[in-house]
Design a protein around this ligand. Structure first.
Ligand code: HSE
Length: 408
């Protein structure tokens, strides 16, 4: 019998309990032992829950119980979750987490702590919800030199963008629906301002390139400034607007990473990824492009990824496979100043006002006011764009995902 404890009985934590209840028999068959949920730690009371007898409020009960093999951390945030993860690892217990904030900020030190105590720290569920991406990246693709990881990394914003475009919902209505479905963060600002995607691209970059990239090193822009007018211009250009995270390794080994909304050509598979789905493309020098696709958020998909880690840790109790990466550094992450791309611009004015901009493709949209114009520029850096705009601020400016960045 293997015993586990869940920290935090929210959307994901309760999903893990449900996966054990529903799939316990098949998990036991595969694993050769039964998995028993012994404790659930939460500060709240759940008197009517069938799990009420497992609820504890004091972490030391779990920490000091030698029967607990694996601690599942689904608290979120980087305060209590950090302390409990450190204490569990020091007690020699493996920790499985869905907490992207904690991994993105403290992943390197927690992996080292796990190794020092012959325990595992796993976090497949922290990126891409139910999509297996971290395990393939750290195991199956290691024969490659990876040059770029890019993807749609946040289910809530993809749900919002899809429903703004497809069903004409307002931003607020679409966000409310995403919250009701359990996709959004406790504070959805982290979703819509791009911070959640930023944390995920940091984790992907660390695994792909071997050194930690910290969230505050990653320029991050969310979707709050995307308007229905932008969506309409993108549609006219046969493109979709997608919030992308990208991490690109430079020739000298350093990394450029950023999060921003992009216009993506419909011919690119990323443009077809709708609703809560996420997709991550990894470019390796042997494999070419490989794309991972699936439900990026939600109770059961995320719980599925958590339990896969629990099962893997239990299967390898005596032969732990240690995941690791090195600390980052101020000189490791380069700015996006040198990154060239075409730009979508929505501006006030007429075509005559764009003379300094160079060759552009002019876009139309139904109902556009006479003094509004939408264009796609030639490829250039943001600095060059600003120079050519001569100080006039566009209503919107978004990168167009480069053809060369499309799937081959
Ligand atoms: N809020 C996150 C999202 C949850 O919408 O993608 C999954 O990490």
């Amino acid at each position: 019998m293997a015993k586990i404890a869940i920290l935090g009985f929210g959307v994901v934590g309760s999903g893990v309990a449900e996966v054990i209840r529903v799939n316990g028999a098949s998990i036991a068959q595969r694993l050769g032992v039964e998995v028993e949920l012994k404790y659930i730690l939460d500060l709240r009371d759940f008197p009517d829950s069938p799990y009420a007898d497992k609820l504890v409020k004091d972490f030391s009960i779990i920490e000091e119980d030698p029967e607990v093999d694996v601690v599942v951390e689904t608290i979120g945030g980087a305060r209590a979750a950090l302390e409990f993860t450190q204490r569990a690892l020091k007690a020699g217990k493996s920790v499985v987490s869905s907490n992207k904030e904690l991994v993105a900020t403290h992943g390197c030190e927690l992996l080292a702590l796990a190794r020092a105590h012959n325990a595992s720290y796993r976090f497949e569920a922290s990126v891409g919800g139910g999509i297996p991406i971290l395990h393939p990246l750290s195991q199956c693709l290691t024969a490659n030199r990876i040059s770029e990881v890019r993807g749609i990394l946040n289910g809530t914003t993809n749900y919002i963008l899809t429903h703004m475009i497809g069903t004409g919902l307002s931003f607020e209505e679409a966000l409310k629906e995403a919250q009701e479905r359990g996709y959004a963060e406790h504070d959805p600002t982290a979703d819509v301002e791009g911070l959640d995607a930023c944390r995920k691209i940091c984790i992907l970059a660390a695994l792909a390139f071997g050194r930690h990239v910290y969230p505050d090193q990653v320029p991050t822009e969310g979707i709050t400034k995307v308007t229905l007018a932008d969506v309409s211009y993108a549609d006219a250009a046969r493109m979709s607007i997608k919030l992308l995270g990208r991490a690109i390794q430079q020739e000298d080994g350093r990394v450029m990473a950023y999060v921003a909304p992009h216009l993506v050509r419909r011919s690119n598979p990323l443009a077809q990824v709708d609703d809560v789905f996420n997709a991550i493309t990894v470019r390796g020098n042997a494999i070419g492009d490989v794309m991972f696709y699936g439900r990026g958020a939600g109770k059961m998909p995320t719980a599925s990824a958590v339990m896969a880690d629990v099962i893997d840790v239990l299967q390898h109790r005596r032969t732990q496979r240690f995941m690791t990466w090195e600390e980052g550094g101020a000189d490791y992450v380069v700015s996006t100043d040198t990154l060239e791309s075409q730009w979508f611009l929505r501006l006030k004015g007429t075509i005559r006002d764009l003379e300094g901009l160079g060759p552009v493709t002019v876009l139309g949209r139904p109902g556009a006011p006479g003094d509004e114009i939408g264009v796609i520029t030639e490829s250039m850096t943001r600095g060059e764009l600003d120079r050519r705009l001569k100080g006039s601020a566009p209503l919107s400016a978004m990168r167009v995902l480069d053809e060369s960045a499309d799937l081959a």
